[in-house]
Design a protein around this ligand. Sequence first.
Ligand code: FAS
Ligand code: PHB
Length: 388
Amino acid sequence: MRTQVAIIGSGPAGLLLGALLDNAGIDNVILDRVDRQYILSRIRAGVLESGTAAMLDHAGAGARMHQEGLVHDGFSLSFAGRRHRIDLKGLTGKSVMVYGQTELTRDLMDHRERLDGKTIYNAKHVTPYDFDDKPYVTYEKDGATHRIACDFIAGCDGYHGVSRASVEGRGLEHFEKIYPFGWLGVLADVPPVDHELIYANHTRGFALCSQRSLTRSRYYIQVPLEDKVEQWSDQAFWDELRRRLPRDVAEAMITGPSIEKSIAPLRSYVAEPLRFGSLFLVGDAGHIVPPTGAKGLNLAASDVHYLFEGLREFYAEKSNACIKAYSGRALARIWKAERFSWSMTSLTHRFPANGEFDQKVQESELDYLSSSNAARTAMAENYVGLPY
Ligand code: FAS
Ligand code: PHB
């Protein structure tokens, strides 16, 4: 088989890129090592920047997001028993869209199926080759090894994928920070406790009240790295979550059985560069952020924006200027989001190694935010998403 762009990974990055390439008449094949059902079973992001929502519209898969998504004009920070609202709309003129990654992924998969886009699920041992000369990928399925020749390979296969591993030792640099805690997340079919998100800094640890719809909520609490999800009953989770929230919020909270419960570790990670010949690292394959800034999925979208610009220009204008610029342009935005995600995590979490001084600095920053329009504007423009 031959295609123009081989895409490894059928997550948000791969699907978004595939849809934009289809719209531009650029042939592409998506390969994933698991199937549609498995991909949709993973509960992940919840907040879309306006740029990401626009990308979904450009891809032709944004209709359900506009019908079912929730437009949020702000969020709250809760600390020292106080709540402070960050007025995103008032400070930046922009909102965010609360619409689960699962639904965005489903919309893109359905869109691809409607257009008869080619996706090969359960493709085992996908391997990229010869991305400096005549690129191709191989994979195993139904007992046979298959080969796809291509012009470009988009590594959209996430943090644990094969693409970044394939370029180890070719000048790839790693920049990483591991956080000394994780997030225990619960999804439940209960109405959200508030009409907007609440990020809570409490002496017992961080908590986040998020949502998926008016009847489905997503909550998180910071837990020690060594915790196992089996240790946490639903009741224990709800009790601890309530302890970390302002009294009025805790008392208003409606709880119920978890339909998903998991612990995710937190890390900041960037690989540099993101291009090796005709192979590109896109989305989580090239970077990871702690979810505190709601940037992971949104960075995947901006990477796709930059890469698609390059591929479109290559085929339509026979120029490789934007392809050459991909890594530098994507990394410039990635690092700003890494900084913001790190700062939101540092501001809202309890660090075991922190002393009294660190604690006082954290509280003074929260106090500064509550009293400075400039500080709130800086936070708001990063949260809604910096320009592409
Ligand atoms: P993905 O990891 O989504 O997709 C990669 C795809 O590649 C997968 O379908 C995988 O099956 C496939 N693949 C992997 N290796 C392969 C191989 N060798 N061959 C073929 N296919 C292969 N972001 C937020 O903004 N907010 C959040 O709250 C949030 N929570 C998260 C919780 C968890 C547990 C995780 C892991 C991530 C979370 N993220 C969050 C980040 C997440 O949303 C990512 O940013 C987003 O999934 C990135 O999308 P992709 O780059 O497409 O990678
Ligand atoms: C979520 O709804 O899963 C979510 C929202 C905002 C974040 C992280 C996760 O910062």
